[in-house]
Design a protein around this ligand. Structure first.
Ligand code: ADP
Length: 456
């Protein structure tokens, strides 16, 4: 069900059907009772005004006489059209509430004083009451379903009513007309709701298509901007690398030639060399990131002797470790199984991890490199006794340009790109990288690469 309602069109469809359905049900119910009330009221008015008009034909003495035979033709003549109006029974009362005429002769002479509606009508009010013919009092009207009893006072020019005419109207005869009107109004409502729904749905579809179009245009633009940015970084870094490399070479040459120089010139030159090295490192990192983003990062995976690559990198970093009196312990066995990797990229991975282990380690610290085989992979770990990482730091460690806020870290130069590149390289070679670390105790960076079963 949740899957079914994932698309906005489906949500819109269900929501509008529910809302329109609910409005439809409420409208239909209230309109139905309104229609019924309206029909009944108009029928009461018709019958009541007929009685008002025709009662003038009845002489006043007919209300006080108990001579049924004499009264019968007078009342029959005055009330003859009542049957055409749906009236099934008629009773005429005198001022005392005694029936002086009825089309059911057995009722003549009966006293109904005390009936609430009759008493009110005898005071001059038109009264109505709905009753069921199943009730005992309606033994003569059985079979008509619901009845509307309409009590109409007869004044015959006097202030007080001289009597009351009660007409029983069979409501069931109205039911078909009410149903027909209800069906017509209900049908019209349903059709208008369907039209409204289709209109809304069409508008919604059009709007969502336009939004999709704008989205795809926007993301196309964003992709283009991002591509241009990557291209710019790549070109700028590439162009910068040549002069910066030249400065590096010339700085070394000048330093070499000015061995005997005294004073601040030599230390100033050293400062230039250090700053230039940082700049070159940044340029190289940027170049690598831009290459990755532009899909220009070439990774050529073949079977590699990892031990050989590791020994080469350790050899390169030995002087740096010595400067801080850090011991580098290679615990990897000889020989190691071949791994599927790119030689240069694997060198770069070791270089980044090991130089970090030195950089973020204390003087006199320790670095241990170990490895183990796990199914088809070789897992390599570079463990240091350095400053470690907080649990918050661990969440960001492989992000681009991220560097810890730790003051020890900030004393060292860096770009925050090394681990981002390392992760990218390991993954491109089909491997995975992760870190375990505890603040102030040290870090253990591990990566795994597929073992290569075939010889180079
Ligand atoms: P850089 O070293 O140039 O800052 P990296 O991407 O190599 O960039 O490292 C990102 C950050 O991760 C470092 O600035 C440092 O805060 C943290 N870090 C990396 N290696 C270690 C480590 N071995 N021990 C503690 N923190 C480390």
């Amino acid at each position: 069900m949740r899957n079914l309602l994932q698309k906005p069109e489906q949500q819109f469809l269900v929501l509008t059907i529910c809302i329109l359905g609910l409005i439809g049900i409420i409208l239909n119910t209230s309109l139905s009772s309104l229609i019924k009330d309206n029909f009944i009221t108009s029928r009461v008015e018709t019958i009541s005004s007929y009685l008002n008009r025709n009662s003038s034909k009845i002489p006043p003495q007919a209300f006080s006489s108990s001579d049924y035979q004499a009264n019968k033709p007078i009342f029959e003549e005055a009330l003859k059209a009542l049957a055409d109006l749906g009236v099934v029974r008629v009773k005429v009362y005198n001022q005392k509430g005694v029936v002086v005429y009825s089309d059911e002769p057995k009722l003549i002479g009966e006293n109904f004083s005390g009936s609430e509606e009759l008493e009110e009508a005898l005071k001059g009010q038109v009264e109505t009451e709905i009753s069921e013919t199943v009730k005992k009092e309606h033994s003569f009207e059985r079979g008509y379903g619901q009845l509307m009893e309409i009590y109409t006072p007869v004044f015959l020019g006097r202030k007080e009513p001289i009597g009351v005419i009660e007409a029983y109207y069979a409501i069931d005869s109205l039911n078909w007309q009410i149903k027909r009107t209800q069906i017509f109004i209900g049908g019209t409502l349903t059709l208008s709701f369907v039209a409204l729904f289709l209109g809304l749905f069409w508008m919604f579809k059009r709007a969502s298509k336009q939004v999709d179009l704008i989205h795809s245009r926007e993301s196309e633009k964003l992709r283009e901007i991002s591509r241009l940015k990557d291209e710019f970084v790549f070109v700028a870094a590439h162009e910068l690398r040549t002069p910066v490399t030249a400065i590096k070479a010339y700085a070394s040459m000048v330093l070499e030639e000015s061995k005997n120089l005294k004073g601040t010139v030599k230390s100033d030159l050293k400062m230039i060399q250090t700053a230039n090295n940082v700049l070159l490192e940044l340029i190289n990192d940027l170049l690598e990131v831009a290459r990755g983003a532009a899909g220009k990062l070439q990774v050529n995976v073949t079977s590699q002797d990892m031990k050989k690559i590791l020994s080469y990198v350790l050899g390169q970093l030995q002087p740096l470790a010595k400067e801080k009196n850090i011991s580098l312990n290679d615990l990897t066995p000889q020989p190691l199984p071949l791994v599927l990797a790119d030689q240069d990229k694997l060198k770069e991975v070791f270089l980044n991890l090991l130089s970090n282990a030195i950089k973020y380690n204390h003087t006199g610290g320790k670095i241990t490199i170990s490895c183990k085989e796990e199914e088809d992979f070789l897992v390599v770990s570079v463990k240091d006794t350095g400053i470690g990482l907080s649990s918050e730091d661990k969440k960001h460690i492989f992000e681009r340009f991220w560097r810890s806020e730790n003051s020890f870290v900030r004393q060292n130069t860096g770009t925050g790109l090394g681990l981002f590149i390392t992760k990218e390289l390991v993954e491109r070679m089909g491997g995975k990288i992760w870190v375990e670390s505890e603040e102030n105790k040290g870090s253990n960076f591990s990566f795994k690469l597929k073992t290569g079963r075939f010889k180079k």
